[in-house]
Design a binder for this molecule. Structure first.
Ligand SMILES: C[S@@+](CC[C@H](N)C(=O)[O-])C[C@H]1O[C@@H](n2cnc3c(N)ncnc32)[C@H](O)[C@@H]1O
Length: 789
């Protein structure tokens, strides 16, 4: 078959240009590798080698093609000289033959039949066969995808766009596609019609959410334009913020599922394939986890392939066997693999961080669904990469967020983002910079930040130079943890043993994390972490985010500064208050400085919330929502409910269930009660005990009983004598709330652990005055703490 030679040569030029630009990128990549996750780096390295391999193959193909063309030209010249009429006819026939159509990257047009689907909207039809065919193509082209010449997607800016029946496919590629140059697949490539394209572009550009999308007109591939526009939209920022809060509220910990321990890649592939099955794609977070599982599954399967072009069917069998799945699941598994490879292609050199940025549901104006992504063809993906390149910095910053998000989901990292602590203005009005800053990680302070401030008065009884960092200690001070004058204790505190999660209306809080479920996260008295923040003069802040820092080593223990942790600090500042805390803040000399340390006051189990007592007065102006107070509020409400004498209401059949529920969830103020039936109180409290440690660990003597009392001041004073027995005051709340009786300061846990004293006669006092049977016990914790520390 003879083709019009000049056309073919034209096609070769951009091909060569594409290869040159690709080589340059690979060189840059080698010289300045971008920040990526380890797993991804591994693939990218192999991408680079694939690219080189492919490039050399392509170059080889080009040379062959050039030689063939030369031979054809010569043959035509000979033919023309022998029979001028038939030679002309032959050329014309070939050029008009609609069956000889290639897509511009040299891939045979059958892929574009799907591409057209994609471009014409998100067809709901999920043709298994088409997907499988696609899968096969993916597999073939996976290694090549990064090396495709991206600039061809541009029609403007001096780029040449080739959209005719020319063949610039390399013999190798064509062979892999199951066709030869001389016998291409009889499919015709159709492009997006320009009116449809213009309509979409108009719709996208007039959306309030779009971000700098002038350049999208540089491509005529609708699918790539829609994907680019969807990512470069303010909605992406909104989605990311939603992802963060979904993760904070998520009860699921994907980490274990996503962290296969085995060394062999089939084992890891099986683990990821299982992970992908775990999540029903209900929420954006679920969908992201499925994407990540699929991508990692594909990575592992690629590794198993060890350089071979095709996946060995045996590897699929191996995965099925590992999972003990029947052969009936084979198709589904292959589909996952195809999906994973599609994600790899889409992420390209941006890395898997990009997965967070792709919409999870088909939202206007771009309507990108999961299925839309699965059906993207190589040309679209390449064109997409070219388009997003125009906003490289923006995308890179977003991808950095995506990578951090992934670290949180899969690698157990705890990262706070600016959007969680700052007051967000409506995104629609924000500048690009503002939007990006919301997704920046909060930088934690490893140690307190001190800067001298004018007018910071020397604390009472201060014996050293002033002004100076008020937490410094003289060199002969011993560390409270190890008793050495020089040590590294502060660096040896537990690492990453927590998770930031949302605790309803209390806001975020800290959950203890052990190495595995049902394990102890912190032992009693273990130091969990240091609270860090800005050191500011005493009485600078009173918004609840500054903690008075007194020096126990100075006479009278003066407050020398405040640790202000609203703007700068570390995760410890997120520890919430509880009236029955499991930890406490204590001031200790550790590794050469006086520090606020968070210390466990009981064994703390995996999953338990880390809480400390904020001290008296903190919740004078707002409600404490700790489990104890919540339970009390509920029990009070139960009392109110049960004491309402009105006849039971007949339910209005028109009343919605959720209306009833919402009224039931209101908090009621504590009702005045002269007496409280102790039996009733116990019954209530039993249902409220704080997060249950594993059954074997429950200390029955510590079971708590909830009582609310109105105690006359004088009676309270009467009840408190100088005996040393302790009662847990968080179990008996004195409603007068006045600070009339206080044990010596040193008897407190440093930061307001209200372990108030009570006499052993308290029990009889309660019985006498209130006819109330109060169970109390010797405060073991307290005494031990005193003894030990
Ligand atoms: C030091 S911050 C703790 C972290 C905070 N929950 C957050 O999301 O940033 C203290 C604030 O958390 C909230 N908080 C902590 N414990 C609480 C409790 N038991 N009841 C109600 N609010 C609480 C209060 O708003 C308090 O001012």
């Amino acid at each position: 078959m003879i083709r019009e030679a000049p056309f073919e040569v034209d096609a070769l030029i951009p091909k060569v240009e594409g290869i040159l630009s690709r080589l340059k990128k690979i060189k840059d990549e080698i010289q300045q590798p971008r920040l990526r996750s380890a797993a991804y780096r591994k693939t990218t390295r192999s991408h680079a080698s694939f690219n080189l391999e492919t490039i050399s193959q392509t170059l080889h193909g080009i040379v062959q093609e050039a030689q063939r063309l030369q031979a054809e030209l010569e043959a035509r010249a000979v033919q023309a000289s022998q029979n001028p009429v038939s030679a002309q006819g032959s050329t014309t026939t070939v050029l008009k033959n609609p069956e000889i159509f290639y897509s511009e990257e040299g891939h045979i047009a059958h892929e574009d039949a799907q591409g057209e689907n994609t471009q014409n909207g998100d067809s709901a039809e999920d043709d298994e066969n088409a997907r499988n065919k696609n899968t096969q193509n993916d597999e073939n082209s996976f290694r090549n995808h990064v090396s495709q010449k991206p600039n061809q997607a541009l029609s403007g800016g001096g780029q040449r766009r080739i959209r005719s029946s020319c063949s610039n496919v390399t013999p190798t590629a064509a062979k892999r596609k199951g066709a030869s140059i001389l016998n291409p697949r009889p499919k015709k490539r159709r492009s997006t019609c320009s009116s449809e394209l213009n309509e979409w572009i108009k719709k996208i550009q007039t959306s309030d959410w779009s971000l700098g999308l002038v350049f999208i007109q540089k491509s005529d591939r609708l699918a790539s334009i829609r994907l680019t526009a969807a990512i470069l939209s303010k909605k992406t920022i909104e989605r990311c913020i939603t992802l963060i809060s979904a993760w904070r509220s998520s009860k699921v910990l994907p980490t274990d599922a996503f962290r296969p321990t085995t060394n062999d890649c089939i084992g890891r592939a099986a683990a990821f394939a299982r992970s992908a099955q775990l999540y029903e794609a209900n929420t954006g977070l679920d969908i992201l986890l499925v994407r990540l599982a699929e991508l990692n599954f594909a990575l592992e399967m690629n590794e198993a392939r060890a350089g071979a072009i095709r996946t060995n069917k045996r590897h699929i069998d191996d995965v099925l066997n590992r999972l003990q799945w029947q052969q009936t699941k084979r198709k589904a598994l292959e589909m996952r693999l195809a999906n994973g490879r599609k994600w790899l292609k889409i992420c390209g050199e941006f890395g898997p961080g990009l997965l967070c940025l792709i919409p999870f549901t088909s939202e206007e104006p771009c309507c990108i669904s999961q299925d839309f992504c699965y059906k993207l063809v190589e040309d679209d993906i390449d064109a997409f990469h070219v388009l997003v390149e125009e906003k490289r910095q923006f995308i890179d910053r977003l991808c950095k967020f995506g990578t951090l998000m992934q670290d949180m989901l899969l690698n157990d990292q705890n990262i706070e983002f600016q959007c969680e602590s700052s007051q967000l203005s409506p995104l629609i009005r924000c500048t690009e910079d503002d939007l990006l800053s919301f997704l920046e990680p909060v930088q934690y302070l490893e140690t307190n930040f001190y800067e001298p401030v004018d007018g910071w008065l020397k604390p009472r009884n201060w014996q050293w130079d002033w002004p100076i960092d008020p937490t410094l200690t003289p060199p002969d001070y011993k560390c409270d943890l190890c008793q050495a004058t020089q040590c590294n204790c502060i660096s040896n505190l537990p690492k990453n043993c927590y998770r930031i999660i949302q605790y309803g209306t209390k806001g975020r809080g800290i959950q203890a994390r052990a190495s595995s479920q049902g394990r102890l996260a912190f032992r009693k008295y273990e130091y969990i972490g240091e609270l860090t923040g800005e050191l500011v003069p005493p009485e600078t802040h009173n918004n609840g985010m500054a903690l008075d820092f007194h020096r126990p080593d100075i006479i009278d223990e003066p407050v020398v500064c405040q640790v202000y942790c609203e703007k700068k600090g570390n995760w410890v500042r997120l520890v919430n208050h509880s009236c029955k805390p499991c930890a406490r803040f204590v001031i200790k000399v550790v590794s050469g400085k006086v520090r606020v340390m968070l210390q466990a006051i009981q064994d703390i189990w995996n999953g338990q919330e880390l809480t400390a007592n904020y001290g008296r007065g903190y919740f004078e102006t707002k409600d404490c929502l700790c489990e104890i107070c919540e339970a009390r509020a509920q029990s009070n409400q139960a009392i109110i409910d049960s004491s309402i004498l009105s006849p039971p209401e007949v339910q209005d059949p028109n009343t919605r269930d959720d209306e009833q529920q919402s009224s039931a969830s209101h908090r009621y103020p504590t009702p005045p009660q002269d007496k409280i039936n102790s039996t009733q109180s116990r019954a209530t409290s039993e249902s409220v005990t704080a997060p249950a440690p594993p059954p074997t660990e429950i200390n029955q003597s510590e079971a708590s009983y909830e009582v609310s009392l109105e105690v006359p001041q004088t009676s309270l004073e009467r009840g408190v004598t100088e005996t040393r027995d302790q009662i847990r005051m968080n179990q008996i709340r004195m409603k007068d709330g006045k600070d009339t009786w206080a044990p010596k300061r040193s008897e407190y846990s440093e930061f307001g652990g209200e372990r108030e004293g009570a006499s052993p006669s308290m029990q009889s006092f309660m019985r006498e005055c209130f006819d109330l049977d109060v169970q109390y016990y010797h405060n073991e914790d307290y005494e031990e703490l005193e003894d030990v520390h």
